[in-house]
Design a protein around this ligand. Sequence first.
Ligand code: HPA
Ligand code: ZN
Length: 321
Amino acid sequence: MPPFAELHLHLEGTLEAEMVLELAERNHVRLPYADLDDLRARYSYASLQDFLDLYYANMQVLRTEADFAELTDAYLARAAAAGVVRAEVFCDLQAHTARGVPAPVVLAGVTDALSRSEADHGVSSGLIVTFLRHLPAADAERAYAEALATGVELLGIGLCSSEVGFPAAPFADLYARARADGLRTVAHAGEEGDASYVREALDQLGAERIDHGINAMRDPSLVQHLAERQIPLTVCPLSNVRLKAVPSLAEHPLPAMLDAGLLVCVNSDDPAYFGGYLDDNLAVVRDAFGLTEDHLATLAANSIKASFLPESEKARMLSAG
Ligand code: HPA
Ligand code: ZN
């Protein structure tokens, strides 16, 4: 397998069910699950919101710097085994500060693991703080200030959580500020929301990369725009199937996105919740669509090109493939 970059990965979404229960015990957090089977029985979702409810409930077990470091390190080890050489990971900071875990605890734990990722796992890494669009933009601005105050090195900012009915426009000032601070910008759009959400993320936020973006395929002029500008789309097939953003894997637009010349790459989103890591996502799309080695090489090269690495590093990784 050629080397891949993973660009759409929520660290909290790598919290495996076993770890939820282990950390609940270690941190004395009471959860409403009888046992592992009971918890696992809840991993079936009617919608994005249905998943988010479980995702936010489970992350309550993350309390200490060590918890965040262990979570991050476990992901990096698993990602390396999947062929990942570059990981630009998301952290939903507000979901932790809102329940009383201070920003320095969260970010110190995550960056402790990220700072060792190259040496320990051969994975170059960067941290993207993702803000929650179901909360007011003022909350996100406060969390951004808290993140900066930790002094932790950030690669960028993103926007995630519930999509439909939560416009991106109120976050435009935050995005402008982050850009002025030298940070890169991404945003979830076009997952459950229609193509207009993708346009809004591009036009109002100036997002450089779109997370999911599958519903852009319903708007031919937007597809043309995305193809011409080679705006990256980080697609997550298992996530889309499990959240019913597509009716079935067979109807996933990934082949059409490749045919349209879009800069599309495959990612795992929340692997502990959707049935697999990057290699698992690649395996299901390869089998479902009969993708060839050439297609996989294109997806790998796209992921490196879509990363926020310096051009010289991209060239080095692309030639290694
Ligand atoms: N969509 C929006 N927000 C999220 C997701 C997702 O797939 N995963 C974690 N937060
Ligand atoms: Zn996501």
